[in-house]
Write a protein that binds this ligand. Structure first.
Ligand SMILES: [Zn+2]
Length: 300
């Protein structure tokens, strides 16, 4: 069964006019139910992750300051939204959703988090809507408990996974792969184990060819026993922040290929959703929902 992490706190709303579309975290689960892609049985409610788990990745100093909301103005500007306790709490539930999602992925082959993909969060600071790094904490959790020995992170959000890259730069147990818009934020990129920066306006055919040529080889080389997939849909041409020009069909084929490749190699995969900033919220929802559709079609 496809298990999907969802908690009411995911839909925490930002002040009016903010460009980060939080509405999707409420609209998407409803859409999945309305379209028959999921039933209520598919969803599970994460809890608040423990401090010990968070400190596997984040520094004690940053975490303490985050809890007390003692983050200076410059740092808050980098985060991109006004810091509130509810947002810090939300980060804890997202991480638990990703960690529990790993257990479900091991049981069923795949699982989803209806939030997360907070790959711009570093060990000691937050950036670009990301406070705490859900897949990084979950990866350390799997490795520390001996559940996984070699992890591969496949980050296909249009923005490079700078926080994740930096966190694991000296950790051979985690291979970080990011394919993104070369000219997109972050402008100064910390180096992943493999970075593929694509030109502005890259379309489906070229995008998919690079992916087809890269992922199977990478799995052979890294030999992971667990994969994290960050399935941001900000690769669409319509995206306000992304500089690539993929279509919704191309994005769907991307998801199908990643998931089919994981299944063919019998490697469990946990998916966090990541970005999506098309002006038309219905399109964002449809593009994200396609990831769930593909997970259902490939695995169940
Ligand atoms: Zn993004």
């Amino acid at each position: 069964m496809l298990k999907v992490a969802y908690h009411p706190i995911f839909k925490y709303s930002l002040p009016e006019g903010h460009r980060f579309p939080m509405a999707k975290y409420e609209l998407l689960p409803q859409y999945l139910l309305d379209q028959g892609i999921c039933t209520l049985d598919n969803f599970f409610e994460p809890q608040k992750v423990s401090e010990a788990s968070i400190l596997k990745v984040h520094t004690e100093d940053y975490y303490r300051r985050l809890l007390k909301l003692e983050i200076d103005k410059k740092e808050v500007r980098k985060m991109g939204f006004p810091l509130r306790k509810a947002l810090v709490d939300r980060g804890h539930y997202i991480i638990d959703g990703t960690i529990k999602g790993c257990e479900y992925a091991i049981e069923y082959g795949v699982s989803m988090n209806s939030a997360g993909g907070t790959h711009h969060a570093y060990a000691d600071h937050g950036e670009a809507f990301c406070l705490l790094n859900d897949q990084a904490v979950a990866a350390r959790h799997l490795l520390d408990l001996g559940i996984a020995k070699q992890v591969l992170i496949v980050d296909l959000d249009v923005h490079q996974g700078n926080g994740t890259a930096k966190i694991f730069e000296n950790d051979d147990r985690v291979f970080t792969f990011s394919m993104h818009g070369a000219k997109n934020y972050p402008f100064k990129k910390d180096r992943s184990d493999l970075d593929i920066g694509l030109d502005d306006g890259t379309e489906d055919a070229e995008y998919l060819e690079v992916l087809y040529n890269t992922l199977p080889k990478l799995i052979k080389k890294v030999n992971p026993d667990f994969i994290f997939y960050l399935s941001g849909v900000d690769i669409l041409k319509t995206d306000k922040l992304g500089r690539l020009s993929c279509t919704i069909e191309g994005s769907k084929e991307r998801d199908r290929f990643v998931l089919q490749t994981c299944k063919d190699h019998n490697i469990p995969v946990q998916i966090s959703m990541g970005g999506g900033y098309s002006p038309d919220i219905d399109l964002i929802i449809e593009a994200h929902a396609n990831t769930y559709k593909m997970a259902q079609a490939v695995f169940f």
